[in-house]
Design a protein around this ligand. Structure first.
Ligand code: SF4
Length: 361
């Protein structure tokens, strides 16, 4: 048996399912478990795990897709720069995201320079290749993606690259989860914590939720990882215990990645941030620290990023809070598809609507 087969072993799946059903049968009320990470959402949909849940366990998808939570106002600022002749460098998912003012794909079709990057280093190469143009990288991401993006600041400095900057929409996961827990319209009993984010900030970052009575399990991405996490959370909830369990020890340490966190300390400063669906959340983002401010496109080019307007009738905000299943959005599957998306949750490879469209409907 290959190593990877161990995470898809049918006997292990059957064993965990029996444990899950036993715990669920003893529950006095329905329990809502939120998978925070967009890659978990995609894995759950792809492997059919949601259909395996007993009636008393509901899996809610959270705000763990960075493209999806980035508000329309940010996209408007990027579109304005593209129309003014800047070279916009971006990860691919951002290109198709629609806003009331258009999309990067549309401005590219009209002649603007919008370049898809597979790594932040690609954006630096663009800046080197076009010394007479300003290159702005769309710095969208959670703690996981932030480290490689801000590393480009060090490279730009080292190599004297002056025509490069970041339009920052960095987001921090724990403050967003706190906002969700405090929202009276949202009911969450436990978290399946995001593994890649946890690898950076450490599993201990979720201890405050456990102290507030919400058990947390850090889980890997394989179907059995997720099933094990759900089973563990169901057993903890049924027993009335709130604990933090790191089931992804092969990657995640309690204290996280010290080198990445030191880089955050050096180059970033916490800022209030606007999230699609969740609104403005104090200290839920990172901006560039004073020392790195010359690489901040907002500062450098006098940009103001507001919340912006989404397409009318798009319910991505509710989907991102776990309040609405994608297939209950009136646009799902006819007026909103991956080919012609009405909102970012249908565009992104980590988007909940995209996961439902591909695997659930
Ligand atoms: Fe937004 Fe489309 Fe999802 Fe509806 S189906 S919430 S419009 S992405």
């Amino acid at each position: 048996m290959k190593y990877s087969d161990g995470f898809r072993d049918p006997a292990a799946a059957a064993y965990l399912t029996r444990r899950l059903q036993a715990a669920a049968a003893r529950m006095s009320r329905p329990m809502h478990l939120m998978e925070v990470c967009g890659t978990h959402t995609m894995a759950i949909a792809r492997s059919g795990l949601r259909q395996l849940m007993p009636p008393s366990i509901e899996l809610l998808s959270g705000p763990g897709c960075p493209v999806c939570v980035t508000p329309a106002g940010y996209l408007n600022a990027a579109l304005a720069l593209a129309r003014q002749g800047f070279i916009i460098a971006t990860f691919g998912d951002m290109v198709l995201v629609p806003a009331a003012s258009g999309s990067l794909e549309a401005v590219r079709a009209a002649g603007a320079a919008v370049e898809v990057c597979y790594s932040p280093e690609n954006a630096l190469h663009l800046a080197r290749a076009h010394p007479d143009r300003q290159v702005v990288f769309l710095a969208v991401g959670f703690e996981t993606t932030i480290a490689p993006i801000i590393t480009t600041i060090l490279s730009a400095r080292q190599n004297g690259i002056e025509n490069y900057s970041l339009l920052c929409a960095f987001k921090r996961i724990p403050p967003a989860l706190s906002a969700l827990v405090a929202d009276p319209e949202v009911s969450i009993d436990a978290f399946i914590c995001p593994p890649h984010v946890s690898a950076i900030i450490g599993s201990q970052a979720f201890q405050p939720f456990v102290a507030d009575g919400l058990p947390c399990v850090v889980a890997g991405f394989e179907p059995l990882d997720i099933l094990y996490a759900v089973t563990t959370l169901a057993e903890l909830l049924q027993a009335g215990r709130s604990e933090l369990i790191n089931q992804y020890e092969r990657v995640v340490r309690p204290g996280g990645n010290k080198r990445a966190l030191a880089l955050f300390e050096r180059l970033l400063t916490p800022v209030d941030a606007e999230w699609r669906g969740l609104g403005a959340i104090p200290d839920s983002g990172y901006g560039l620290a004073r020392d790195a401010a010359r690489y901040d496109a907002g500062e450098r080019f006098g940009l103001t990023v507001g919340p912006g307007l989404d397409r009318p009738a798009c319910r991505c905000g509710d989907v991102l809070k776990g309040k609405l299943r994608p297939d209950r959005c009136p646009l799902f599957g006819h007026a909103c598809t991956p080919i012609d998306p009405a909102g970012p949750c249908m565009v992104s490879s980590e988007g909940t609507c995209s996961a439902y469209f591909k695997y659930v409907q």
